[in-house]
Design a protein around this ligand. Structure first.
Ligand SMILES: Nc1ncnc2c1ncn2[C@@H]1O[C@H](COP(=O)(O)OP(=O)(O)OP(=O)(O)O)[C@@H](O)[C@H]1O
Ligand SMILES: [Mg+2]
Length: 507
C-alpha cells in the first residue's frame, strides 16, 4: 500500500430536523486500503456514506478525489466518479433476475440501444463466477436467501467498475461461510487496487480485514488507528467514550421453572424434520446454527406464520393449533422477525405509533387508549435501549438502521409475552446496546418469562443462554447446557463434526 491520499473529506457537516448527524468531519482514505468505519448506532456512518455517494448533499465542507474537489448532485455522478456502494438497506427488485438487478441502473445495450440480454447474462455470470455462488444470473432475486441477496448487492456495486467500494454492514445477513468468502473477495479486490470503506459492528471482522480503523462518535471524527497497532478495547472505548465489560455472563440461577412449551417431533416438509424440545419459564434457550439450518422456519411455524406438516405443539400442558400470529399473541407468544424491514416496522409511522401497534391491549385497559401510559412505556425503552432520536414522534424512516432495530425490539419487549421468540436480536446493533439487550432478555427470564433466541452470533449465544439447541440442515442435533458450552463444542455440533448423541435432551 502506498500512502497516497485518495479521498479526502474536509469539514463535512450535515443536519436533519432536530439532529446534527455530522459535525465538521474531516478524514482521509488512502489509495488501495481497506478502511473500517465504526461507531455506535446513529454515530453518522451511513450519513457520511450517503454524502460520498451523492444521495445527500452536505450542509458544508468539501470532498476531494485525487485532490480534485467533487460535488455530487445525484448518485449517478458518484458512480461515474468510481464510487460503488452497498447500502445498509437492501435495494434489490425481488421479481427481477440476478442479471437484471446487477445491471439495473446501466444495462449493456446493443447497437440500437435495446437491452442486450445475452451480454447481460454473460457479464453477470462472469461476476458470479468470482464469488463461487450456487445461484445463477437467471435466478429470481426474491427466491434467494438474505445472505445471497446481499452478495447480489455487492456484485451490483462491482458491476459499475467502482474504484472505491463502500460497504455499509455487508455481513449483517451473511452466514459465517458467506462472510468468509466475502473477506477473501475483498482482499482480492484490494490486491487489484480497489479502495474499500467497510462499515461494521463486528470488531472481529474489522481486525481480520482492515488496514486502518476510523471511529465516529455523535457525528464527530474521533480518530484513526492502524489496525495492527490497536485492539478491540481501544476501539470500543473510542466508540462509546468509556470502557465496556463484556466478560460477565448472564445465566439464570440454574433452576428451571415449569415447562411452558413442549414441541414434539414437528416437521415441515422441505424446511425441518422431527424437531423436539421444551422451553421452561425463567430460561433463555438459544437456537444456534448456520444460516439456513432451519431455526427461523421452526419459529415461524410455532407462531402460526407457516403450517406444520406433522408433530405436536403443547402449551401449558395442552395441545394447541396456532394458525396465525394473532392467535399466538392471544396465547401469550410473540415473535420478533429477523427480517425487520418487511415483517416488522411501519416505516412511515412514528416511534410511538409503532409501539402502539404491538401494545394496543397493554395501553388501552378497558378499551380506552391511555396516551400517558404509552408515553411512559415508549420513553422507558427509548432510554434503556439508547434509541437516538430527537423525539418519540420521529418517523422510523429517519432513524439510523440500528436505531430502527432497537424500536422494533423495544416494542416487542414491551408486550411482555410469556414466551418471547427473538430472531437475531442484536444484528446491526452496536456493542454498548447489545449488552443492554442481553440484560433485558435476562431480566424477562428472571421475571418468569420463557425466552427463545435465534442467534448466529456465537459469543452472544454463550453469554446469554441457559441452554443452546443446535440445529443443522433442518434437524435439531443436540442441546448443550451453559455449564458445558464453549465455542468449539457448539461449532462442532453446528458444522456436523461431532457426534451429537451425548448431547440429546432427556425426554
Ligand atoms: N433522513 C433523515 N432524517 C432525519 N434524521 C436522519 C436521517 N438520516 C439519518 N438521520 C439521523 O442522523 C443520525 C445519524 O444516522 P446514521 O444513519 O448516519 O447513523 P449510523 O452511524 O449509520 O448508525 P447505524 O449503526 O445504526 O446504522 C441519526 O441520529 C439518525 O436518526
Ligand atoms: Mg447505518
Amino acid at each position: 500500500m502506498n500512502n497516497d491520499g485518495l479521498l479526502s473529506i474536509e469539514g463535512i457537516s450535515k443536519s436533519f430536523p432536530g439532529v446534527q448527524a455530522l459535525s465538521d468531519l474531516s478524514m482521509e482514505i488512502r489509495r488501495g486500503e481497506i478502511l473500517a468505519l465504526v461507531g455506535e448506532n446513529g454515530a453518522g456512518k451511513s450519513t457520511l456514506i450517503k454524502i460520498l455517494s451523492g444521495v445527500y448533499r452536505p450542509d458544508s465542507g468539501r470532498i476531494r478525489i485525487n485532490g480534485q474537489e467533487v460535488r455530487f448532485q445525484n448518485p449517478l455522478q458518484a458512480v461515474e466518479a468510481g464510487i460503488g456502494v452497498v447500502y445498509q438497506e437492501l435495494s434489490l427488485v425481488p421479481n427481477l433476475s440476478v442479471a437484471e438487478n446487477t445491471f439495473g441502473g446501466r444495462p449493456p445495450t446493443n447497437g440500437i440501444g435495446l437491452m442486450n440480454m445475452p451480454e447481460l447474462q454473460r457479464k453477470t455470470a462472469e461476476l458470479l463466477d468470482q464469488f463461487q455462488v450456487e445461484f445463477n444470473s437467471r435466478t429470481q432475486v426474491g427466491s434467494l436467501s438474505l445472505g445471497n441477496q446481499q452478495l447480489v448487492e455487492i456484485i451490483k456495486a462491482l458491476a459499475t467498475n467502482a474504484k472505491i467500494l463502500i460497504l455499509d454492514e455487508p455481513t449483517s445477513s451473511l452466514s459465517l461461510q458467506e462472510a468468509n468468502i466475502l473477506f477473501e473477495r475483498l482482499k482480492q479486490l484490494k490486491e487489484r487496487g480497489i479502495t474499500i470503506i467497510y462499515v461494521s459492528h463486528h470488531l472481529e471482522e474489522i481486525f481480520e480485514i482492515s488496514d486502518r480503523v476510523s471511529v465516529l462518535r455523535d457525528g464527530r471524527y474521533v480518530g484513526t488507528k492502524n489496525t495492527a497497532e490497536t485492539n478491540e478495547n481501544e476501539i470500543v472505548s473510542m466508540m462509546v467514550g468509556r470502557n465496556l465489560d463484556e466478560t460477565d455472563v448472564l445465566h439464570g440461577s440454574g433452576e428451571r421453572g415449569i415447562e411452558l412449551l413442549r414441541v414434539e417431533n414437528v416437521t415441515r416438509t422441505g424446511s425441518f424434520k422431527d424437531v423436539s424440545f421444551t422451553v421452561h419459564k425463567g430460561e433463555v434457550l438459544t437456537f444456534f446454527g448456520l444460516v439456513g439450518s432451519g431455526r427461523t422456519e421452526v419459529a415461524r411455524t410455532l407462531i402460526g406464520l407457516d403450517a406444520l406438516s406433522s408433530g405436536k405443539v403443547i402449551l401449558r400442558g395442552k395441545e394447541v393449533h396456532i394458525s396465525s400470529p394473532a392467535k399466538a399473541m392471544q396465547l401469550g407468544m410473540a415473535y420478533l422477525s429477523e427480517d425487520r424491514k418487511s415483517e416488522g416496522l411501519f416505516l412511515d409511522k412514528t416511534i410511538k405509533e409503532n409501539f402502539l401497534a404491538t401494545n394496543l391491549k397493554h395501553v388501552s385497559p378497558g378499551g380506552w387508549l391511555n396516551w400517558g401510559r404509552l408515553q411512559v412505556i415508549v420513553q422507558d425503552y427509548v432510554t434503556r435501549l439508547e434509541i437516538r432520536t430527537p423525539s418519540l414522534d420521529q418517523h422510523i424512516n429517519n432513524l439510523s438502521g440500528g436505531n430502527q432495530q432497537k424500536v422494533l425490539l423495544g416494542e416487542w419487549l414491551a408486550t411482555e409475552p410469556e414466551l418471547l421468540i427473538v430472531d437475531e436480536p442484536t444484528r446491526g446493533i452496536d456493542v454498548g446496546t447489545k449488552q443492554e439487550i442481553h440484560k433485558l432478555l435476562r431480566n424477562l427470564a428472571d421475571q418468569g418469562k420463557a425466552i427463545m433466541v435465534i442467534s448466529s452470533d456465537l459469543p452472544e449465544a454463550l453469554r446469554i443462554s441457559d441452554r443452546i439447541a443446535v440445529m443443522r440442515r433442518g434437524q435439531l442435533v443436540g442441546f448443550i447446557n451453559h455449564t458445558d458450552a464453549n465455542e468449539e463444542r457448539v461449532m462442532e455440533l453446528a458444522a456436523g463434526v461431532a457426534s451429537s448423541n451425548n448431547h440429546k435432551e432427556e425426554k
